[in-house]
Design a binder for this molecule. Structure first.
Ligand code: HEM
Length: 125
């Protein structure tokens, strides 16, 4: 198994992960019912997001914190939802890749999940 090396690898990771998210009955609700997400525009944003984080390419322009706060106001994001998100993400990374960046992306995901939780927990519904 190889490490995450380029955008194509990120694409495979992101597509595989959101397939799992859409099949997960605790998470798909936020994406498909609450946000009524257009997957064709969401997925490329996620490729950009991770490419920016892993390879320091400034391709992602957006404010994920703002998006999740808005989402949380529509449907409460609970700790268990973040835990499920992280378990699925970690499992996807581990089934596809092995190496330094594979470890790094899981750590980054965990710290961003923590940051989102800190920012949403103080929001009043
Ligand atoms: C409970 C866990 C989570 C749920 C249910 C969730 C759900 C969502 C939804 C529904 C959107 C689309 C918002 C919209 O376009 O209106 C979104 C966007 C996004 N999420 Fe999450 N998310 C979760 C955790 C995370 C984590 C841990 C990360 C990062 C590691 C993350 C990164 C992003 C990014 C980068 C976007 C795109 C924002 C943009 O449009 O620029 N999410 N999320």
């Amino acid at each position: 198994m190889k490490d995450i090396e380029n955008r194509e690898d990120i694409k495979l990771l992101v597509d595989t992960f959101y397939d799992k998210v859409q099949k997960n009955n605790k998470l798909d609700y936020f994406f498909n019912t609450v946000a009524q997400l257009d997957w064709e525009s969401h997925l490329p944003k996620m490729y950009d997001f991770w490419e920016t984080i892993l390879f320091h390419k400034a391709v992602y322009k957006g404010n994920p914190m703002k998006k999740h706060i808005a989402l949380h106001q529509l449907a409460t994001l609970k700790k268990e939802n973040f835990d499920t998100w992280l378990v699925l993400f970690g499992a996807t990374v581990d089934e596809l890749f092995k190496g330094k960046l594979a470890e790094q992306i899981k750590i980054r995901a965990t710290s961003i999940a923590t940051a989102i939780q800190l920012n949403t927990v103080y929001q009043k519904n």
